[in-house]
Design a protein around this ligand. Structure first.
Ligand code: AMX
Length: 445
């Protein structure tokens, strides 16, 4: 049950959001009316065939990826967020990030604390059937499949579905999507922790503490009592939460949500995209790669030895996991802040040192090879080494951590989509014959 104090705090968050909606709706209406016919850029046939790369085709309020500065959350770079967002000790709280993404404002410590308490209270219960379903899944099923099923099973609780069926007005959809989003963000760590304990441990969750934040309780449920690990989780869940709208998990969530599917249906789809090896699954591939390198070359290989190994991988036609990016053209700031965490908390750790050696070698080798548009590391190049330091070696679980975090960003996106009344997505597709016909006509003309 949600207490009276928390009920007031929920309405306070809703109220703050409700305050910023009218002005944003007006801006959007003006933009459509006065500039709706303006052209944002050309679309080449290569882009149509090549995964819509670079096409400006989505509006996402929560964050924007700058190829050279990295992700900006409501205009703030990651280092700025690290300084400005409220923290429990040093690292920013993911709850504070949700507040920022939703309202566009950095929360005060007390507003953040209220949200932390509200999410903690919502996290205490999950439906009985979700517990039964997750506990019945086979141990050999990939943890990401388990997470997607677990999230889908929460859909019976959707407040948006109930409100929609009761005929709520379109302009008020966002209230119920916000409710569902808060429930989802609060409950997904418990499902993820169940998956961890069921798949690798004794099937029993560690005890939670209602006075702690989401990251600390998530760590405790998984069985991690080290407070440095809690700090790592705060950092991890903050930096993975959002990466503008075009990445597979965000876009899939937005697309499914545009059909007015509720946040559970939409995010389950997003998770299925996150589970692909070119997207979220890359973090498990990175750790496999690091362990293979360590096994072959020993704990502290020289740069020359590492370079030889990297070149062999490339020559065999494989990619170097954790390197490259579809948009970024510099080292990912999410990599940098994890490297700084490693230098502070585990300066002598051999695996983190190996990550640092790779950082010296791989960009040079990829540049020489001349294919990758971005030879620098992305977020996934470091996360596994940090987790292994604290004893989480089960690398096929890593994408689940990413999934717990991404729920924060994409549900904030869904709330905004409903607040702005964005329509169902329906781009035009072409057959190859259509394109050939277009090309032959334009060649004749
Ligand atoms: N190692 C080797 N080759 C690479 C490479 C890498 N890390 N990154 C790119 N290349 C190659 C591509 O395979 C491609 O080769 P091809 O022409 O023979 O197909 C060529 O360079 C050009 O690719 P690109 O334009 O630089 O990259 P992209 O936008 O098509 O793909 C990405 C981006 C991330 C999928 C790619 O860099 C890659 O596969 N990286 C390794 C996997 C990885 O780290 N993924 C995580 C991404 C972040 C995330 O979503 N979690």
């Amino acid at each position: 049950m949600i207490s009276a104090t928390l009920k007031r705090s929920i309405s306070a968050l809703k109220q703050r959001f409700a305050d910023v909606i009218p002005e944003t709706r007006e801006r959007l209406a003006r933009l459509r009316k006065e500039h709706g016919n303006k052209v944002l850029g050309p679309i080449t046939i290569e882009q149509v065939i090549g995964g819509m790369r670079g096409i400006k085709g989505l509006m996402t309020e929560t964050s924007k990826l700058d190829a050279f500065k990295g992700i900006k959350f409501r205009g703030l770079t990651l280092p700025e967020c690290q300084v400005r967002l409220p923290s429990a000790k040093r690292e920013p709280l993911p709850e504070a990030m949700f507040y920022l993404l939703i309202t566009g404002e950095v929360p005060s410590n007390s507003d953040c604390d209220i949200l932390v308490r509200e999410i903690a209270e919502r996290s205490e219960t999950i439906p009985e059937h979700t517990v039964r379903i997750v506990n019945s899944l086979p141990q050999h099923m990939h943890p990401m499949n388990q997470l997607s099923i677990g999230v889908l099973s929460l859909q019976t609780e959707s407040k948006f579905v109930r409100a929609y069926n009761a005929g709520v007005k379109k302009e008020n959809y966002w209230e119920y999507v916000l409710e569902d989003s808060l429930d989802l963000i609060a409950r997904i760590p418990r499902i993820a922790a169940m998956i961890y304990r069921n798949t690798y441990k004794d099937r029993r969750l560690g005890p939670t503490d209602p006075s702690l934040d989401l990251s600390a309780n998530f760590s405790k449920m998984m069985g991690f009592e080290n407070e440095h690990f809690w700090e790592l989780m705060r950092l991890y869940l903050t930096i993975h939460c959002d990466h503008e709208g075009g990445n597979v998990s965000a876009h899939a969530t937005h697309l499914v949500g545009s059909a007015l599917s509720d946040p559970y249906l939409a995010y389950s789809a997003g998770l299925n995209g996150l589970a692909g090896p070119l997207h979220g699954l890359a973090n498990q591939e990175c750790l496999k790669f690091l362990l293979k390198l360590q096994e072959k070359t020993g704990q502290n290989p020289t740069e020359e030895v590492v370079e030889k190994f990297v070149k062999e991988i490339l020559a065999s036609g494989q990619v170097i996991p954790g390197y490259g990016h579809a948009v970024l053209r510099v080292t990912d700031p999410r990599f940098v802040c994890q490297m700084e965490f490693a230098k502070r908390v585990m300066p002598k750790d051999p695996l983190c040192k190996l990550v640092a050696t790779l950082y010296k070698v791989v960009p040079r080798v990829l540049k020489e090879a001349g294919k990758a548009a971005n030879p620098y590391p992305n977020v996934d190049a470091h996360s596994g080494a940090l987790l292994v330091y604290f004893g989480m070696r089960e690398f096929d679980f890593y994408t689940v951590l990413f999934g717990v975090s991404r729920a924060i960003g994409v549900s904030a996106g869904l709330v905004w989509s409903r607040a702005l009344g964005l329509p169902i997505e329906r781009p035009n597709s072409l057959t190859m014959a259509n394109i050939e016909e277009y090309v032959s006509k334009s060649t004749l003309a």
